[in-house]
Ligand binder design. Structure first.
Ligand SMILES: [Zn+2]
Length: 366
C-alpha cells in the first residue's frame, strides 16, 4: 500500500495545523483544539469572582501561610503573586532554580520578593544530577524535553509545602492564555516512572538529591490529602500583555518577550530543537488560546508567525549558551539532533494507565 502524507491544513479559527498529527477538522475547517478550548471555558472552568476564592483560601489555611506560590520569573506566576498581595493573602514564595534562569528571570524573582515582602524560599536543584537526567533525555532520543524540569519543580513545591504545613497552591496555570497543547507535542510531567527509567538507562551518576513526586502520591495529595490548587488567573479577566504592562509600570518588571522565554533551556528547546528535530512550532499552541480568549486576532498572530522563532544571530548566541549549560560539544549536539526519535513508551511508564494521567489533568485544570 502506498503511504500518502496528509495534506497541510490550518484551522480557520485558531492557528493550529496538521503539524499536530492528531488534529481533526470539522466541515467548516475548525479544529478540535479551539473547539475544546471553548467547550472547557464555557462549561468547566471555575470563574467565580476572585474575592470569593480568596475568602475560601483564607478560611482553609492551617499554616501561618495561606498558600504557596511557585515563581519562575515569568508573567503568569508573577501576576499570581501580585494578586495575592493585592488581596492581602500571606503566601510563601518559592523559586526552584535549575541554573538556566535568564537575567530577566533573576531580576523578576528578586522584584516579586521585594515588592510583595512575602517570605521566600530559593531552592537550587542539584545541578549535576539535573544535568545528567536532562542529558539522558537527549541520549534516549525522546521528545518530552521539558518534562523533567516541570516534574522537579512540582515535586520540590510539594516538599516545601509539607515543611510548613501549607495546604494550598496558587498556580499560574490559566485557561485564557493556555489550554491548547497537542498531546503529540509534549510528554506529561506527571510520569515519574518514565523519568527514572530513562535516566536508569542513559544516566551516568546516581540520583541522591533529586526530588520526585509519584503520580499516585500526587493524585492522593490533591484529592483525599486535602491539598487544594487554585488558578487565580481564571478568576480575573486575565490578559497577558496588560499584565506585563502593569507589572512593568508598578514593579519595574523586566519584559523578557515571548512565553516561557525566561528560561534559557526552555527557550532553546521550544524555539530551535522542537521545530528542527520534531517538526512543529510550539508558538502555535501558545498563540491559539490568545485568539480564543480575544487577546489577539488571528491575523495578528499569522503576522507574528511569519517571523521565525529565532533569528540567525539568536540561534548562534543561544546555541552557545545551551551547549555550555549542557556541557556538550557542537558535534554531540548535532548527533542528538540527527538520531532516530524514540517514543517514551519504550521505557517504563505510567502512560499505559491513561486513566490516572487523564484524571490528573482534569483536577489540575480547574
Ligand atoms: Zn482551531
Amino acid at each position: 500500500m502506498k503511504m500518502t502524507s496528509r495534506e497541510y491544513q490550518r484551522c480557520n479559527r485558531c492557528v493550529m495545523d496538521t503539524t499536530d498529527p492528531n488534529i481533526i477538522f470539522d466541515e467548516n475547517g475548525i479544529c478540535n483544539h479551539c473547539t475544546e478550548w471553548f467547550d472547557v471555558w464555557e462549561t468547566r472552568i471555575d470563574k467565580r469572582p476572585i474575592e470569593k476564592v480568596i475568602s475560601e483560601i483564607k478560611q482553609n489555611s492551617p499554616s501561618r501561610y495561606d498558600a504557596i506560590v511557585g515563581i519562575s520569573g515569568g508573567i503568569d506566576s508573577g501576576m499570581v503573586a501580585y494578586l495575592a498581595k493585592k488581596h492581602d493573602l500571606n503566601v510563601l514564595l518559592l523559586h526552584v532554580d535549575d541554573g538556566w534562569n535568564t537575567n530577566e528571570a533573576k531580576h523578576n524573582v528578586k522584584t516579586i520578593v521585594e515588592k510583595t515582602g512575602f517570605d521566600f524560599e530559593h531552592v537550587h536543584v542539584d545541578e549535576e544530577e539535573f544535568g545528567d537526567i536532562t542529558l539522558s533525555y537527549f541520549k534516549a532520543g525522546v521528545q518530552g524535553l521539558e518534562a523533567v524540569t516541570d516534574h522537579l519543580i512540582v515535586a520540590t513545591l510539594h516538599e516545601v509545602m509539607d515543611k510548613y504545613g501549607i495546604k494550598t497552591i496558587l498556580s499560574g496555570g490559566n485557561w485564557a492564555t493556555e489550554g491548547i497543547m497537542p498531546l503529540a507535542w509534549v510528554y506529561t510531567q506527571h510520569d515519574d516512572k518514565n523519568i527514572r527509567s530513562i535516566h536508569k538507562k542513559f544516566g551516568t551518576i546516581p540520583l541522591k538529591n533529586t526530588k520526585f513526586l509519584g503520580i499516585l502520591t500526587k493524585t492522593w495529595r490533591l484529592t483525599r490529602g486535602g491539598i487544594k490548587s487554585y488558578r487565580l488567573l481564571n478568576h480575573i479577566n486575565y490578559n497577558r500583555e496588560e499584565s506585563i504592562k502593569k507589572l512593568v509600570e508598578e514593579w519595574g518588571w523586566a519584559d523578557y518577550g515571548r512565553k516561557h522565554q525566561e528560561n534559557i533551556y526552555t527557550r532553546f528547546v521550544e524555539a530551535y530543537i522542537f521545530p528542527r528535530r520534531f517538526g512543529f512550532d510550539f508558538r502555535l499552541a501558545y498563540y491559539s488560546p490568545l485568539i480564543c480568549s480575544g487577546q489577539k486576532t488571528r491575523e495578528e498572530i499569522l503576522e507574528l508567525l511569519k517571523e521565525p522563532p529565532f533569528t540567525d544571530e539568536e540561534i548562534a548566541r543561544e546555541k552557545q549558551l545551551f551547549l555550555k549549560g549542557m556541557k556538550i560539544t557542537e558535534e554531540q549536539f548535532e548527533e542528538f539532533m540527527e538520531m532516530p526519535i524514540r517514543s517514551h513508551d519504550e521505557f517504563a511508564t505510567h502512560s499505559r494507565d491513561q486513566r490516572i494521567i487523564g484524571f490528573m489533568r482534569k483536577i489540575l485544570r480547574r
